[in-house]
Every structure is written in C-alpha cells, then in structure tokens.
Design a protein around this ligand. Structure first.
Ligand SMILES: NC(=O)C1=CN([C@@H]2O[C@H](COP(=O)(O)OP(=O)(O)OC[C@H]3O[C@@H](n4cnc5c(N)ncnc54)[C@H](OP(=O)(O)O)[C@@H]3O)[C@@H](O)[C@H]2O)C=CC1
Ligand SMILES: CC(C)(CO)C(=O)C(=O)O
Length: 297
C-alpha cells in the first residue's frame, strides 16, 4: 500500500519506522536537508538500546505528490493544520486520511475535507526525536483508531501488516469518547510536566506532584463527558509506560516552539465556560504555559 506521512517529527518518524518495512512509505518534509538525510542515510529507530535502520523515501511536500496515496497520515502539530489544509488542497485526494493530533483542535477541520474515509487516532507511545532522521521509541504504548467518516477497509488492511507487540493498535467505535479520554490524559500529564520540567514518570514518583495530578484530573473531568470510570488508572498507566519521556509540550517549550495548550486546556476551559463552571487550576496552568511560550518568544 502507498502510505504518506506529513510531518517528520517525533511521531511522524516513529510511525514511518513501523509502517515502512511492509508498505511503500513516503515521508513529506518541509526541509531539504531532512529530505536528503532520510533518502541517503535511511531512518534510524532506537528501541531498548537496539538500533534499526529502515529504508524510506522522503519528498518535499507538494500538492501533486499526495494524490495517489492509499493512506495519508497527518503527523503535524495542531497549530500547523490551518496552513497545511489551505496550502495543500490535494490532501483531499488521498483515499484515506488519518489524523493523530493530541487535543480537540483538529475536529472542526475534518468536516471540510472531501476524502472518502477519515480516521482519527490517539497515540500513547513515548517518542523522542534524536536528529532529523533518527527517533527513539521511549515508551511502548498503543495507538487507538476510530472512524470519523466512511468505513474504508484500507486503514485496517494497512494496520494488519504493521501491528506488532511493540506497535499495537486498537479500533474504537466512538471517536469522540476516544479523543476525550486522551484529552484528559494530555490535560493532566502535559501541562504539569511542562511547568515542573520533569519526565512523565516523575509525576508518579514525587508524591507532591502526584497530588497535583489528582486535583487537576478531578477538575478536568468535572466538565468533560467521560463515561470511563477507570480513566484515572489510564492516566497513571500512560504516565508509567512513557515514564522516561519528556511530554510533547515540555519538548515544545524546551525547543522554543508553540505548544498545543490551546487544543488541550484551552478546549477544556471553553467547555467550562459554556457550562458556567469555574476551573481555577486549569485556568492557572493554561496561563502558565502561555506565559512560558511567550517568555521564549
Ligand atoms: N511526541 C510525543 O510523544 C507525542 C505526540 N503526539 C501528537 O502527535 C502530533 C505530532 O507531534 P510531534 O511528532 O511530537 O511533533 P513535532 O513537532 O516533533 O513534529 C511536527 C512536524 O511537522 C512538520 N510540519 C509542520 N508543517 C508541515 C508542512 N506544511 N509540511 C511538512 N511538514 C510539516 C514539522 O516540520 P519542521 O521540523 O520543518 O518544523 C515537524 O517535523 C502532535 O499533535 C502531538 O500532540 C501524540 C502522542 C505523543
Ligand atoms: C502519551 C504522551 C503523554 C507521551 O508523553 C503524549 O501524548 C505527549 O507527550 O503528548
């Protein structure tokens, strides 16, 4: 199958390294030197100290190159999406498209796309970009996938060729519930690790940080429509499985990039406002992250 991945960051390269051995994968970059290194040196995956060199092909993203794809995986950040969708209308021509962003900001774009099949996914793996062509799989989690529109079998066919003990998938029926649960997980782990500047696992090991996790969790679920009674256990489990990871939000701040705080706690605050429920801790953390983003310019 022909699979394209837009976004050669921590998650895009992680997905490429697991999908490329059994499919024809093209990674779309926006930097020439990254394209050259991927084409010339291949993609390096490191897992548990073992190195795997994977052959991939990379191209600079251009409208015409997207048309022939069976599956297009969008692995850019939430805040890249508005430009991407406007500048590259041919993403509408991929047979199937899969969005794997954290948060909820991407949902309102999906109705505007023409693709026959649109899926959303949540990624619970820990992944760290080591260089423009190397990625470390720092925590083995799961990828959950749910259909948003259409029910093409292409996505499940490709996943059948890809899934393994180190890269498992789960299909979910209810995309909204699936994204809401991941939203809760990211609402707790990402802002706290970013403000305390710690790995995910340290939130569990430091009993004072652990208390703040609980307080934030309770506040966030007070406004979100979560049916899962075991969600707190899931937050702890993801934190534990990705314990050596620095969350994507912390990495963004450390590298002077924007964070996805608007699509995560910004969204939670929006729901709180609609329901007229005050969320003081969420509000405090939202503004703390915005302030940290601003300090780094
Ligand atoms: N990192 C993690 O552990 C996890 C991340 N996620 C989610 O996955 C998504 C991706 O995150 P992550 O991989 O960490 O992000 P990164 O910032 O590492 O990567 C995003 C990539 O998108 C590229 N990009 C942006 N716009 C374009 C464009 N127009 N054309 C081509 N490439 C483009 C960027 O290119 P450039 O380098 O040139 O700027 C960058 O390489 C996010 O929504 C995140 O929430 C989910 C679970 C875990
Ligand atoms: C799964 C987790 C919490 C891994 O760090 C993540 O989604 C992120 O960092 O954005």
């Amino acid at each position: 199958m022909k699979v394209g991945i837009i976004g050669a960051g921590a998650i895009g390269l992680l997905f490429a390294s697991y999908i490329a051995p059994t499919n024809n994968v093209t990674i779309y970059t926006r930097k020439l030197d990254q394209r050259e290194r991927l084409n010339n040196e291949g993609l390096l995956l490191i897992r548990n100290g073992h190195k795997f060199n994977i052959k991939v092909s990379a191209e600079i993203l251009q409208n015409q190159s997207i048309e022939q794809l069976d599956l297009l995986i969008i692995a850019v950040k939430q805040y890249h999406l508005p430009d991407l969708i406007v500048q590259f209308p041919s993403i509408n021509q991929a047979k199937s498209i899969l969005f794997i962003q954290n948060g909820m900001g991407h949902i309102h774009y999906l109705d505007k796309l023409d693709n026959d099949s649109i899926h959303v996914g949540v990624v619970e793996h820990g992944s760290m970009l080591l260089s423009s062509h190397a990625v470390e799989h720092t925590g083995i989690g799961r990828t959950k996938i749910s259909p948003f529109k259409g029910c093409s079998s292409i996505v499940s066919d490709i996943i059948t060729t890809v899934e393994s003990e180190n890269f498992p998938f789960i299909f979910e029926e209810d995309w909204s519930q699936m994204l809401t649960e991941k939203l809760v997980i990211n609402s707790v782990i990402n802002p706290l690790t970013s403000v305390y500047r710690v790995t995910n696992g340290e939130l569990l090991r430091n009993n004072f940080f652990f208390e703040t996790m609980k307080v934030l969790f309770n506040e966030v679920i007070s406004v979100l429509p979560c049916k899962n009674r075991e969600l707190w256990d899931r937050v702890v489990e993801v934190c534990d499985k990705t314990s050596i990871n620095r969350s994507s939000m912390l990495k963004d701040l450390e590298e002077g990039r924007l964070t996805e705080i608007d699509a995560i706690l910004g969204y939670v605050l929006e729901i709180g406002k609609r329901k007229e429920i005050d969320l003081p801790i969420t509000n405090f953390l939202y503004h703390s992250i915005k302030g940290l983003e601003k300090r780094r310019g």
